[in-house]
Design a protein around this ligand. Structure first.
Ligand code: AHR
Length: 654
């Protein structure tokens, strides 16, 4: 019996020794960084898709406020019965720059007449909040009063006010503020037209008071805040295919998005008609979020602006129109003028406009994208023309160029070779791929040319069900992105910027999935992918620390992925680790360094045992990071990692 007991003890000791020995040991060479992390490494891709701008971050609640949609009264309904012919007439006055249409009201007797606006899938209205109704009007024959009512989805009045259309010869601004006493996600606005008289009205608008930075007629605060929380390094804007447009006439032209709001000429949003299964006939771009507001937003959230301009080509998935090379000058001039708008002195034409709009200080633009997902020799020809002029006039501006729609194949190889030959500054790579691609591509950049152009991972997302969507922002997708991002971080000397795409999805108005952040008219939440991006961005460090397992990078051996950075500011070693196994794993990180651990570490873990789980408006925090404090000593950090988890460990060192 005694013999058996000793045998058991010996076996236990042996097995615990062999367990200790079998713990993988990752060597962290803290004293020999392999490169610098770009300060604007992790950023944001913004495109007006999925009601991202109109109906989203741009806080305007009235849809089709200036009657410029293809169907002039889309979004509006008339209220009242037996309305005499000629009472409400849409007028088109081509002398009015960018905003030709208005609504004529002719009312010679006092009958019940009104207009109702349905908002963007309803209006999100909050209790106790003040709302500002405004309009432009002309009232040669006064006598009309607008009685405003804010309704919930059961037609209960939440707030009301009045505004009289006093006598004016020319266009006049009118505005009134009133408070809501209730909340609704699907509100609407009634405008009762009382009295008699003649008037012309336009820009009928309603904004909440709680905009970002309380700017009048500004952006939705909660949507900007969730971006600011990421501490993004840059904001790519305005896209995306929207840069190109279905055809050249409907491309994004920055000059039409600045200056007085009522003169910004609206266009049809290219996502309006893109997908037959997700047609969005009421999707237009009013440019309330134009280039000035974009620069301001970037500045507010501490991010570098990264505008992408049209290169003389429409979307190659649509018309694929190109502008003749001898007519490319105006496109190149647009780029030069944008640089002047951002960085020019206030006595220059475009610098003055920036100052007149409220920002005499320069926006300090440092980079510019030419073309979005463009490809083929027709792209290279146009890009060369841009590069020649831009480099001659603005050598200080880095040029970012497209490598097409995917990260491999003939199109990619051709462009990659051409762009390297042209010595373009930065190559924009896009990958919308399944989780397996993200997992198997963690080493993609390990052998990239260190002397050529830098890489911008300009659009990516792990797609679980593409092309049959809708893709869910599941934990499966997010964890595969986390694994891939260890590879971007490890190669931060080559990959200098990265952004997930698209950014926003409106639950009632999306065209494309998955998206980083979802919203309805009142709420906003981050997907698991959002939390991954944010964890990278808020723990980006300043230099890359080599981390090896048996002299190799950790890029999927035993379904493990890891990277490390050091942060000069906080004096922390930051480890990132993905356990893609369905079991716990124990890892020892051996610090190869003269430095010592100097205080408690912070461990942030995000995981789910259900790989198909996702966050939602109803359950927005189902998957979210959990933070704890841990004490390590000596030069070996031993840690256990949950199944299917991503962990960030921040260790103070001295
Ligand atoms: O992010 C959605 C779309 O994907 C972008 O507009 C385009 O660049 C890409 O194809």
């Amino acid at each position: 019996m005694k013999k058996l007991f000793f045998l058991g003890v010996i076996l236990m000791i042996c097995s615990s020794i062999s367990m200790a020995q079998s713990i993988p040991t990752f060597k962290v060479n803290l004293d020999n960084p392999s490169g610098k992390i770009s300060p604007n490494m992790w950023g944001i891709f913004f495109e007006d898709i999925n009601l991202g701008a109109d109906g989203g971050i741009y806080a305007e609640l009235v849809k089709n406020r200036s009657f410029e949609f293809s169907t002039p009264l889309m979004g509006w309904k008339t209220l009242g019965k037996n309305i005499p012919e000629g009472t409400l007439i849409v007028q088109n006055d081509s002398k009015r720059k960018g905003n030709a249409r208005s609504l004529l009201i002719n009312k010679s007797t006092d009958f019940s007449l009104g207009l109702q606006n349905e908002g963007f899938r309803g209006m999100g209205i909050k209790s106790g909040l003040e709302y500002e109704f405004s309009l432009l009007f002309k009232s040669p024959k006064p006598g009309l009063t607008l009685h405003l009512e804010l309704l919930d989805d059961t037609d209960k009045v939440l707030g009301s006010s009045k505004i009289s259309l006093t006598e004016t010869a020319g266009w006049t601004n009118g505005a009134v503020k009133f408070r809501s006493v209730g909340e609704t996600k699907k509100g609407k606005l009634n405008i009762w037209i009382q009295g008699t008289g003649h008037a012309e009205v336009d820009m009928l608008s309603l904004f909440p008071e709680d905009t970002w930075m309380e700017r009048s007629k500004g952006l939705r605060k909660d949507m900007v805040q969730i971006l600011a929380d990421m501490k993004p390094g840059f904001v790519r804007f305005p896209g995306g295919c929207i840069v190109e447009g279905r055809d050249l006439a409907n491309r994004f032209q920055w000059k039409k998005t600045v200056g007085p709001i009522e003169e910004r000429e609206l266009i049809i949003n290219r996502w309006n008609t893109e997908f037959n299964h997700r047609l969005t006939p009421d999707y237009f771009q009013t440019f309330g979020l134009g280039f000035y507001e974009y620069f301001l937003l970037s500045e507010d959230i501490g991010a570098e602006p990264l505008p992408i301009l049209n290169c003389g080509m429409a979307c190659q998935f649509n018309t694929g129109e190109v502008v003749p090379l001898d007519e490319l000058d105006s496109y190149i001039q647009d780029a030069l003028d944008l640089i002047e708008f951002a960085n020019g002195d206030i006595d220059t034409k475009w610098g003055k406009l920036r100052a007149d709009m409220g920002h005499p200080e320069k926006f300090n633009l440092k980079m510019l994208g030419v073309g979005n997902e463009n490809w083929g020799p027709q792209y290279i020809e146009r890009l060369i023309a841009f590069q020649t002029v831009l480099k001659a006039k603005h050598p200080e501006i880095a040029i970012i160029a497209s490598s097409g729609t995917g990260p491999d194949g003939e199109r990619f190889d051709y462009l990659d070779e051409q762009l390297r030959e042209m010595k373009i500054d930065v190559i924009d790579e896009h990958y919308y791929r399944p989780p397996t691609w993200f997992l198997s591509s963690a080493a993609r950049y390990d052998d990239y040319d260190r002397n050529g152009p830098k890489i911008f991972a300009g659009e990516y997302a792990s797609h679980t069900t593409r092309p049959n969507g809708p893709n869910k922002n599941s934990w499966d997708a997010a964890l595969s992105e986390a694994a891939f991002l260890t590879g971007l971080e490890r190669n931060g000397d080559v990959v200098t910027m990265a952004s997930y795409a698209p950014l926003f999805g409106h639950v009632d108005g999306w065209q494309w999935t998955p998206d980083l952040i979802w919203v309805d008219n009142l709420k906003v939440y981050g997907t698991p992918s959002y939390h991954i991006q944010k964890l990278y961005s808020t723990n980006k460090g300043t230099s890359i620390i080599p981390l090896k397992w048996d002299d190799s990078n950790v890029v999927g051996q035993d379904s493990l992925y890891a990277s490390a950075v050091y942060d000069e500011g906080t004096k922390e070693l930051i480890l990132k680790f993905v356990n893609h196994n369905s079991r716990m794993v124990d890892i020892a990180f051996q610090l190869d360094s003269k430095k010592k651990i100097n205080g408690d570490a912070v461990k942030i873990t995000i995981n789910s045992n259900d790989m198909s789980a996702y966050n939602s408006i109803e359950d927005p925090l189902k998957i979210q990071p959990q933070e704890s404090s841990v004490r390590y000593s000596g030069k070996v950090v031993k840690e256990s990692f949950l199944p299917h988890s991503f962990t960030v460990i921040k260790i103070p060192v001295k």
